[in-house]
Design a binder for this molecule. Structure first.
Ligand code: ATP
Length: 226
């Protein structure tokens, strides 16, 4: 479902004499449906950079990243948007939402984009918010004023609402209490059981051990200094 082949990434620092910083060289791995692969490696190894390339936020200088039948490194912006709507989900620890949109709409919106009826989308959103222990009195409010942990859980509810065939998780359990962390781990297990191919960064070692089927050490793709 996700295949990374011979990926190369450099950053050009335009404000520093166009210095070129090689960050990833020859990265390759794949993720099958129903499998969760954890990206590991020390700080600065390039885990977040690989995730951003997988999501189509960063261009790569070489290689290919296939998500289903789309090569995201060569896709048109419109194709990337369609992929993100239907196929490729991304859950980070931070919520970015349009101000004044109620929480229930924030969570149900991705389902409306893939053709769910408003009633069904809201029912699933309610079930997820309930499962993630967001009190019902907050559902009609915008999450902009919510606590950090509440915002993170709203973000998780939104990220898991549509059952994406490919899912990127960036520290999904960071700063959650033990009970909510267990809920997130079960949502990940359910996504896997539903056939999702998942790539995650988990600094939470217990969470990683519990959900990851394999680890890919990104330091193996860090260019060696010459
Ligand atoms: N936009 C950028 N411009 C220049 N260099 C960058 C940029 N983003 C990342 N880098 C560099 O690429 C390398 C990899 O960074 P990255 O954030 O991917 O590491 P990481 O493994 O996710 O680290 P951490 O665990 O600390 O989050 C670092 O040396 C970083 O300085």
């Amino acid at each position: 479902m996700i295949a990374v082949e011979n990926l190369t990434k450099t950053f050009t620092l335009h404000n520093q004499d166009a210095a070129i910083i090689p960050v990833i060289e020859g990265a390759g791995f794949s993720v099958e449906p129903g499998e969760c692969v954890a990206l590991t490696g020390e700080s600065g190894a390039g885990k977040s950079t690989v995730m951003r390339i997988l999501y189509g936020n960063y261009l790569a200088q070489g290689g290919a990243v296939r998500i289903g039948d789309v090569d995201i490194t060569h896709a048109e912006p419109r194709e990337i948007l369609r992929l993100r709507r239907e196929t490729l989900g991304y859950v980070s620890q931070f919520l970015r939402v349009v101000p004044r949109v109620p929480t229930l709409d924030v969570v149900s919106e991705p389902l409306l984009h893939v053709g769910w009826s408003e009633a069904d989308a809201k029912a699933r959103a309610r079930a997820l918010l309930d499962r993630l222990r967001i009190p019902e009195r907050l559902w009609s409010l915008s999450p902009t004023t919510f606590s950090g942990g509440e915002q993170q859980r709203v973000n998780i509810a939104r990220g898991f609402a549509h059952r994406y065939p490919a899912l990127l998780l960036d520290e999904p359990t960071a700063s959650l209490d033990a009970t909510n962390r267990e809920t997130v781990l079960s949502l990940i297990e359910e996504a896997k059981a539903g056939g999702a191919a998942i790539v995650g960064i988990f600094h939470d070692l217990e969470a990683r051990a519990s959900v990851a089927d394999r680890e890919v050490d990104v330091s193996a793709f860090t260019p060696k200094a010459v």
